[in-house]
Design a binder for this molecule. Structure first.
Ligand code: SF4
Length: 68
């Protein structure tokens, strides 16, 4: 498990935003993630491309998840 920081996909509201996932909820509450996890980015500029990212990926489209 690796620590996930603000600005990284694991704490971005677009990470896997089009489906519900207990794994993503756990990442958001613990700020830790298995780096083998891949999920789709739902950002409007990426979703049409079906971009897959890891919890430690990131981009300027980062939107922080609402505090749990
Ligand atoms: S690629 Fe950018 S917009 Fe998509 S989940 Fe990661 S930080 Fe968020």
């Amino acid at each position: 498990m690796e620590k996930i920081h603000t600005g990284q996909c694991g704490l971005c509201s677009h990470f896997g935003e089009n489906h519900k996932s207990d794994v993503l909820v756990t990442i958001r509450t613990s700020h830790e993630a298995d780096l083998k996890i891949l999920d789709e980015c739902g950002h409007p500029k990426h979703s049409g491309l079906h971009l897959k990212v890891t919890p430690i990926s990131g981009c300027d489209g980062f939107v922080p998840v609402a505090a749990a």
